[in-house]
Design a protein around this ligand. Structure first.
Ligand SMILES: C[S@@+](CC[C@H](N)C(=O)[O-])C[C@H]1O[C@@H](n2cnc3c(N)ncnc32)[C@H](O)[C@@H]1O
Ligand SMILES: [Zn+2]
Ligand SMILES: [Zn+2]
Length: 481
């Protein structure tokens, strides 16, 4: 891997200078000088003149004057993004508005993430604690999906064992979000796994991940086998992985779904998102990607199919305003969506990795159905029994578990803490509420149509949007995710 990317330099890769000016054609790359921009033009031209960037770009269903496939075909809304969360990360403690930032510094805290498909809420929550936090932090990290449990452990392990925090953060980030990882993952990180404390203590005995963080795997044997089979399994060949990526990202029958999303983006963001789909690599637009060619085993099925959808994107899991701010601080342009994303997630992971090496943390990793976990915790001698916060994700929605989660977990709230709370989401309720359906009330439907027609986006970027069928589909059932 080239040295960790702290600040994006001149997009002309042979030049070591800082960048000072954006390309005025696309606003996606930056150069130190006109001379460098000129030298780089041959390779940049294709991106800069990408038709998606043109103001006159229209979705194919508009230019071909036909009904888009998402009107009658299967709706993108029914597709679940299983690898990465699709709700903005949250700070579960939010000390400033609860216990108070000062009051929390030396307070022991127990947190439960009972359906934690990825680590983003854990990362945000730990990072928002005061820098001088000296309490003991106990975290129950559970998901019933073995893939999610193992991925979370892999990321924690990378963040704990790779010595340099910047490198640890970049490797963890690519493990989490990139379809291709840097060559140094295979050459330098993978060999470290054989001595990793977490993998030597899969039997549940304490694993000292860092000098201050201990992890306890409380797994069924199936999950352990799953982890070992992925660690020991065959690698995927690069051409096979590239084919699988383009089969998913450019499936011809999905063109209208993809372009429906593009129609909601500004031109440079379409180009940035398209570059993400093409490469599958989370790096700034102009960054060097030649070293990123080790297929990420954890994003492919055993048969070699990509376990992502063409709508999958890390953007859904993080605060977009913070992403733009991080991009600016590290030298990307505001239009470089994935560049900002790279630096934001990397900053979060650097800080999290530092805190795993400094705070007193105990992580209890479980692979259970959240309904069964309270009874299991009760039996498990060393696990926490009561919690200052319990995060349920949206398994409170009735297509997962529903409201019984509240009665299962309510008794586990720490009675001594008046701020103890269960925090969850209801994402899918509109799907079961008749009044939430466009077809349920003519008056409501027309009101919603009028509101949509007055939206700037509706009028300016999608001339066909006033079409009744399209409105029907947009106002239809909310996604089940
Ligand atoms: C509810 S899903 C949906 C993703 C969510 N919208 C987000 O943004 O994170 C999140 C995680 O819950 C897990 N899950 C679903 N039902 C569960 C249950 N009964 N017990 C434990 N985990 C569960 C899934 O495996 C998935 O990893
Ligand atoms: Zn230069
Ligand atoms: Zn350009």
């Amino acid at each position: 891997m080239p040295p960790p990317l702290r600040c994006l330099g001149c997009a002309n890769h042979s030049c070591p200078n800082d960048a000072t000016q954006s390309c005025s054609g696309c606003f996606l790359v930056r150069y130190c000088s006109k001379a460098c921009q000129k030298e780089h033009w041959k390779s940049h031209k294709q991106d800069c003149k990408n038709p998606l960037k043109s103001k006159s770009w229209s979705p194919t269903w508009v230019t071909e004057n036909r009904k888009p496939a998402f009107i009658s075909g299967p709706n993108e809304a029914n597709i679940q993004q299983k690898r990465w969360g699709n709700m903005m990360s949250i700070d579960l403690i939010n000390a400033k508005n609860n216990e108070g930032a000062d009051g929390i510094c030396d307070k022991d805290l127990s947190l439960a993430f009972i359906a934690s498909g990825d680590l983003r809420n854990v990362v945000r929550t730990v990072n928002e604690l005061p820098e001088d936090y000296i309490g003991t932090l106990k975290i129950v990290l559970n998901d019933k999906n073995p893939m999610a449990v193992c991925r979370n452990l892999m990321i924690l392990t990378i963040l704990g064992i790779v010595e340099d925090v910047e490198e640890a953060a970049e490797h963890a980030l690519h493990f989490w979000y990139s379809v291709f990882q840097p060559l140094s993952y295979r050459d330098h990180v993978f060999p470290l796994f054989s001595d990793a404390p977490t993998f030597q203590h899969l039997d549940g005995t304490p694993a000292c991940l860092t000098s201050t963080t201990t992890v306890y795997m409380r797994w069924d044997t199936d999950t352990t086998y799953f982890l070992i089979s992925l660690l020991a399994g065959d690698e995927i060949e690069f051409p096979q992985a590239k084919n699988a990526l383009s089969r998913t990202m450019y499936a011809p029958e999905r063109i209208d779904h993809r372009e429906r999303y593009y129609a909601s983006l500004r031109p440079s963001h379409r180009v940035a998102f398209d570059a993400w789909r093409r490469s599958g690599i989370l790096l700034p637009f102009g960054a060097m990607k030649d070293h990123m060619y080790v297929p990420n085993r954890w994003l492919f099925s055993r048969q070699g199919n990509l376990l992502l959808y063409d709508s999958s994107s890390p953007l859904k899991g993080w605060d977009y305003n913070e992403v733009v701010k991080a991009g600016r601080a590290h030298g990307t342009t505001d239009d470089d969506l994935m560049g900002g994303m790279f630096f934001y997630v990397k900053d979060q992971l650097v800080e999290f990795s530092k805190r795993l090496r400094k705070f007193k943390v105990h992580i209890y990793s479980y692979d259970k159905d959240a309904r069964d976990l309270p009874a299991i915790l009760k039996r498990d001698v060393s696990s926490p029994k009561s919690f200052d916060r319990i995060e349920t994700s949206n398994i409170t929605d009735k297509n997962y578990v529903g409201l019984s989660i509240l009665s299962d977990w309510g008794p586990l709230l720490n009675e001594a803490n008046p701020n103890a709370a269960i925090i969850g989401l209801f994402m899918n309720w509109t799907a079961w509420k008749r009044a939430g359906e466009a077809a349920s009330s003519k008056a409501m439907y027309l009101r919603a149509r009028r509101r949509m027609a007055s939206c700037k986006f509706t009028v300016s970027t999608c001339p066909k949007f006033a079409d009744t069928d399209i409105c029907d589909s947009v106002l239809g059932l909310a996604p089940c995710v």
